[in-house]
Design a protein around this ligand. Structure first.
Ligand SMILES: [Zn+2]
Length: 261
């Protein structure tokens, strides 16, 4: 995409945002690649050697839980320095300026929170990898605690101190049920939206990818910002195959938003 094309696309998107009274952003892995977190569906590298363990396997044995934590420690080590990118900062500024009613994210990297988005403006569909919870009693554990217990026990996954249940990263693993409250909030925001802006999502992972379809069917305008094509490009009102950071910075300029974060 040339600079001129990017500017035109930014103007079009800013115009749609100005016309809307309830815009919702829906974000995926592509938003965080600028922060150095690779999309795990891309081939090669760390992800291939350290794939998340499917939920059923995690529940079935301590060996799998131990391996799941070992892999998570490896991945966290690599991305510990990740900070919000330009895309995160613009979305945060938009939310604070009342230009966005909310952000629904598929990401688990906590970067929306790190960029200053308030909890009541954010839905995390796939959980959050920056802490852990007991799957039996929902007690929260910090990763530092998990790491300590793991090491003290000679490299074994720890159990909940309160109930003995399995302690897992607070993400939604493959095969794990979607979080009910988050899905309800996301669905409500989607149906209330008059503009639904997908940013950096390949729109292939369901049920998350059902939200833009529901928004469009409910009369919202649908925008898709993604470097690669998506299966929903055909039903979108605006498709922008641009780099997210530069595009959203241009949108912020069009909207006259200051980025003070
Ligand atoms: Zn517990």
């Amino acid at each position: 995409m040339s600079d001129a094309e990017l500017k035109t696309a930014a103007r079009d998107l800013a115009s749609l945002i100005r016309q809307s009274s309830h815009a919702v952003a829906f974000t995926g892995a592509g938003l965080s690649t600028e922060s150095g977190i690779p999309d795990f569906r891309s081939p090669g590298g760390l992800w291939t050697q350290n794939k998340p363990i499917p939920f059923q396997a995690f529940m079935a044995s301590r060996e799998a839980r131990t391996e799941a934590w070992r892999r998570k420690f490896v991945m966290d080590e690599s991305f510990r320095s990740a900070a919000p990118g330009r895309g995160h900062r613009v979305l945060s500024a938009m939310a604070r300026a009342g230009r966005l009613a909310g952000i629904i994210t598929q990401n688990i990297d906590n970067l929306h929170q790190d960029s200053g988005v308030a909890a009541d403006r954010l839905v995390e569909l796939h959980g959050n990898g920056s802490y852990a919870t007991c799957l039996a009693c929902a007690r929260r554990y910090e990763l530092v605690w998990v790491r300590e217990r793991f090491d003290v026990q000679g490299g074994t996954a720890p159990d909940c101190e309160a109930c003995g249940g399995p302690v897992k990263s607070a993400t939604i693993s493959f095969g794990q049920a979607m979080p009910e409250k988050e899905m309800q909030r996301a669905t409500r925001w989607t149906l209330e939206s008059d503009l639904f802006i997908c940013i950096g999502s390949s729109l292939v992972v369901y049920p998350a990818a059902g939200l833009p379809i529901a928004a469009k069917q409910n009369g919202a305008r649908l925008v898709i910002v993604n470097r690669e094509e998506t299966p929903l490009d055909d039903i979108a009102d605006l498709v922008v195959p641009a780099e997210i950071g530069p595009l959203l910075m241009a949108v912020a300029t069009e909207l006259g938003l200051g980025l003070d974060c």
